[in-house]
Design a protein around this ligand. Sequence first.
Ligand code: MLT
Ligand code: MN
Ligand code: ZN
Length: 311
Amino acid sequence: MKSTGPTTGLRFLVLGSAAGGGLPQWNCNCSNCAAARDPSSGLQPQTQSSLAVSIDGETWAIFNASPDIRQQIQQTPHLHPKALRHSPIQSVVITNADVDHIGGLLTIREKQAFSLFSTAAIGSVLDASPVFRVLDPDFVARKTIRLDEDFSPLDGLEARIFAVPGKVALFLEDGEPELGLEGEQTIGVEFVANGKRAYYIPGCATLPDWLCERISGADLVFFDGTVFTDDEMIRVGTGIKTGQRMGHMPITGDDAGGGGSLEALSKLGIGRMVYVHINNTNPIWRQGPERDAVTEAGFEVGHDGMEIELA
Ligand code: MLT
Ligand code: MN
Ligand code: ZN
């Protein structure tokens, strides 16, 4: 990891680039997962979905508390304690209530002060599970954030959340969930600092015109790269669900099926586009025509430890 000095720009660190389950997933032996277990393959294992953001390089806000957060902190010197009991992590912000984004809250329970930001809807999911009471309210300040209102997860960092098309968390599904729901269940985050604008959207079911307009011309967008094709899990034989059914728009797709994020995003004049929340079945993990298609269109494939600074 490169050394860091004080800065006033936006600094992003991908703590986990994989979707729920990670790469490899514990019970999967698809070709990607098998390769990620084989040190000679060149495919590094990747942890579950999380992004760290800082302005000064000293204090950090974590977007999504993945079940791998202990390992992510361990492999990120920026996030190590600097005193007997201390953490550079000042806040945690949750973008939806799926296990890959809240499971890590149970790991950071050791009476360390931080702020936990969520929408009222996501907060009520945490409130409904008594296990999250392990986060002692004397230390963890729960803060409710509203759609389209400014909040400050770190001193000097201006952020705003907004609804993106999604669905309720997997474990809250009761029959067929409403897909493409726009509410407090699934949010994107907008960051502004030093005249730069960036977005973190790890889960998104479609890219309607209003959302394209919102992120158009941004300096940086981290976007949902769960599946390359909608039927990928079915074709690989690992599952029966499409990306759409999971609340994730595919990277590529035909217009009849709603199109893909690659075509939609690449028209928007965005400075850097990075796929994150990538499922273990996704062929872009490895060299090949799918990864070439993504990189030729100007996208980057996120990976654990990836650092981006917008100075
Ligand atoms: C998803 O993004 O679809 C979820 O992480 C699913 C899950 O909870 O495994
Ligand atoms: Mn997920
Ligand atoms: Zn797999």
